[in-house]
Write a protein that binds this ligand. Structure first.
Ligand code: PEP
Ligand code: MN
Length: 354
């Protein structure tokens, strides 16, 4: 299903992409005003703050709710910035709009639940407000697209996506693994859908914000949503990943925004080479599958099982080591061979079961 989109029409300035900045949560009127004034003085046009906070465990700060909405309204009236907040229920939508919030986003825990997203879509019917849909916590592109389709189906055309990384059971560098291929595939399928990167929830750490912002820009993202707090160490939620407005300004100032509008001669020639190599790769793969089918005939005649684990391990080890020697990541090579093996087994099964 196609998405019917219109430009978000959100403000940005000459040196920056769309930037939405502000604290994880609205904690007090003073904290909100102080952070917002600083950000506005540094040239920020859009302010975020969580009014309702979905927390993994009970007992954490779950947001002030409606009480904090007049503070957000004051930010808008006094600084001129647009405001943005997370909505998770139809009641949140109604309240946010009552207090003139300009941009709504759907959080990662909510976009993972089609019932919740549909309830939001129903509440948004007939309203013209930009909505940004965060990726679901689990790395499921179709679920993310489904959420976008539900909101779009309600008539929201000023629609965008936020990439905030995905939960993973492994302990690793990032709080939420970026899995960049998923937002990139989303962009491939919906080229006009704006995608904003949330380096704060991907990184989970202050020192990762700058490199993640740059990476997002290098991958052609349309904007950034970054958590910024006047006194990050004292933040009531996500303290480790929030940066002061000054630090954020420093990070944004150093971003290199590359212009990829112009395709130079040399780039086209390099792309041509890649196309030829891809042709060769496909050709080789086709031939490899043909040999694999011949092996299947042999196995069938000799009553052998399709998967010979010893042989499979041998291939993985040998090619993994070869790949490392050629400067490739061992895991990458492993993934390729797993995929080739899976297709090979599928084709052999067809022959054996004929
Ligand atoms: C947030 O933006 O503060 C938030 C709760 O993010 P996410 O839904 O990505 O976890
Ligand atoms: Mn947060």
């Amino acid at each position: 299903m196609d998405l019917e989109l219109q430009p978000l029409n959100l403000p940005s300035d000459y040196r920056r992409p769309i930037v939405i900045a502000g604290p994880c949560s609205a904690e007090s009127e003073e904290q909100l005003m102080s952070t917002a004034t600083n950000l506005a003085n540094l040239g920020c046009h859009m302010f975020r703050a969580g009014i309702w906070k979905p927390r993994t465990k009970p007992g954490g700060f779950e947001g002030h709710g409606e009480k904090a909405l007049p503070w957000l309204k004051r930010v808008k009236d006094e600084t001129g910035m647009l405001t943005a907040t997370e909505v998770a229920t139809p009641e949140h939508v109604e309240l946010a709009l009552k207090y003139d919030v300009d941009v709504l986003w759907i959080g990662a825990r909510t976009s993972a639940n089609p019932f919740a997203v549909q309830a939001l879509a129903d509440a948004l019917k007939g309203i013209d407000v930009p909505v940004l849909v965060k990726n679901p916590v689990n790395p499921d592109l179709e679920l993310w697209i489904g959420a976008l389709q539900r909101i779009n189906g309600a008539g929201i055309k000023r629609l965008g996506a936020i990439h905030r990384g995905f939960s993973s059971i492994d302990q690793k560098l990032y709080r939420n693994t970026p899995m960049w291929h998923l937002p990139i595939e989303l962009k491939r399928r919906y080229p006009t859908l704006p995608i904003v990167c949330d380096p704060s929830h991907i990184g989970g750490r202050r020192d990762l914000i700058a490199p993640l912002c740059q990476q997002a820009m290098d991958m052609g993202f349309d904007g950034l949503i970054v958590e910024s707090h006047c006194t990050p160490d004292e933040a009531w939620s996500d303290a480790k990943q929030q940066v002061t407005p000054d630090v954020l300004d420093f990070i944004l100032d150093r971003l290199v925004i590359r212009d990829n509008a112009e395709l130079t001669e040399s780039l086209s020639s390099l792309r041509k080479q890649i196309d030829e190599m891809d042709d060769n790769l496909m050709d080789l793969l086709t031939r490899r599958m043909r040999v694999s089918r011949e092996i299947a005939n042999y196995k069938k005649e000799h009553n052998m099982s399709v998967v010979q684990t010893g042989r499979y391990t041998e291939i993985l080890d040998k090619r993994g080591a070869q790949g490392t020697m050629c400067g490739m990541d061992a895991n990458f090579v492993k993934k390729i061979y797993e995929a080739i093996h899976e297709e090979s087994v599928r084709q052999q099964m067809e022959i054996i079961n004929q």
